[in-house]
Ligand binder design. Structure first.
Ligand code: LMR
Length: 335
């Protein structure tokens, strides 16, 4: 009895929100998908593949519009736009959710994940999946994790050991963990939207940055960063998110079909991300604009030692259980 009253109330709510959110009969549901990177990146390709599959399979029922390159919303306002239903899909980097949950900051901890395969294992396990629901109280529901890749450090000078970074300003995403990471290096972190990174590096407002190869290449950052150290010190991945009031108001059958498409797209994005980053690394190398610095074990260890105190700083904030669950995926690989 209790259950059926609850179910009825849920239906009524879904109906009200469905009308409110434009899911009326005969009118295709419009999904605006906004993001801040170029089309030729793992996220950009994922958004376009989602659009294509929806067009092929759900034409007349759902329409997807993709807005890349911060053309519609940028870092400063895209999450508010999602929560206000002005856009219905985003895939912000995991570093950009701090305002809504501290737990996702686990992904920013330096040298936590050995590689993208370890990140993948964590995302698939119970703890990783739980984090997809961590922001529902803030009108954000996670639908999938999408990979980009491991981050490299770039600068206007060669960075071989941590002391080389001291005194430089680095552009960061809005994450306290990343802020602390650069503070550990005695460098100055500066939060800037992704759309401003190229100009900030070009005009010297900041002297360095951290990015996967794909973001460096697609935004031509290598043209203004003569040195790139292959540190692989952290990950830059995404959460595909919607607004639960919109998402759960989509009629069940249609939502199931959309979720199936998202599964397929996620598989493709994650299958291709590493290769795409490697190809971009080669493109950068071939361009001859930047020296790519491969670190030896000792040098990489020095970066690890310098940055790792951040873990302890954020253990209580993120949750020791979350960090432990993430560490386990590396150990598994070594078994
Ligand atoms: C950044 O701001 O550097 C990245 O989050 C951009 C992106 O979406 O890959």
């Amino acid at each position: 009895m209790f259950k059926s009253i609850f179910a009825l109330a849920a239906c009524a709510l879904a109906f009200t929100s469905a009308s409110a959110y434009g899911a009326q009969e005969n009118t295709p549901i419009l999904i605006k998908f906004s993001h801040v990177v170029a089309d030729n990146t793992p996220k950009g390709q994922g958004a376009l593949l989602f659009q294509r599959l929806v067009e092929e399979r759900l034409a007349g029922k759902v329409k997807v519009e993709v807005y890349p390159d911060s053309a519609l919303y940028g870092d400063a306002n895209e999450l508010d736009a999602l929560r206000n239903n002005e856009v219905q899909l985003l895939a912000p980097s995991l570093a950009k959710f701090e305002k809504y949950t501290k737990q996702l900051q686990v992904f920013d901890l330096p040298f936590l994940f050995d590689d993208l395969a370890a990140v993948n294992r964590f995302q698939k396990r119970a703890k990783g999946r739980q984090l997809l629901r961590a922001m529902e109280d803030h009108d954000i529901v996670g639908l999938a994790y999408w990979h980009n890749g491991m981050k490299q450090l770039s600068a206007n000078k060669a960075l071989l050991v941590p002391a080389d970074a001291a005194g430089l300003s680095f552009r960061i995403q809005p994450s306290s963990v990343l802020e602390a990471q650069f503070a550990q290096l005695h460098a100055t972190p500066q939060v800037l939207p992704f759309a401003e990174v190229f100009d900030a590096l070009k005009n010297g407002r900041v002297q360095g940055a951290e990015n996967p190869w794909s973001n460096i290449s697609s935004k031509q950052l290598h043209r203004v960063q003569p040195f790139i150290s292959e540190t692989n010190h952290g990950v830059l991945d995404y959460m595909l998110v919607s607004n639960p009031r919109f998402w759960y108001a989509i009629p069940h059958q249609l939502r199931t079909e959309l979720e199936g498409i998202i599964d397929e797209v996620t598989y493709e994005v994650n299958r291709q991300a590493e290769a795409a980053n490697l190809a971009d690394r080669q493109r950068i190398e071939a361009s001859g604009t930047s020296r790519i610095i491969a670190l030896n074990e000792e040098q990489r260890d020095a970066w690890r030692q310098a940055m790792q105190p951040v873990w302890q700083q954020f253990e209580t904030v993120i949750g020791a259980d979350v960090i432990k669950a993430a560490q386990t995926v590396n150990r598994k690989k070594r078994d």
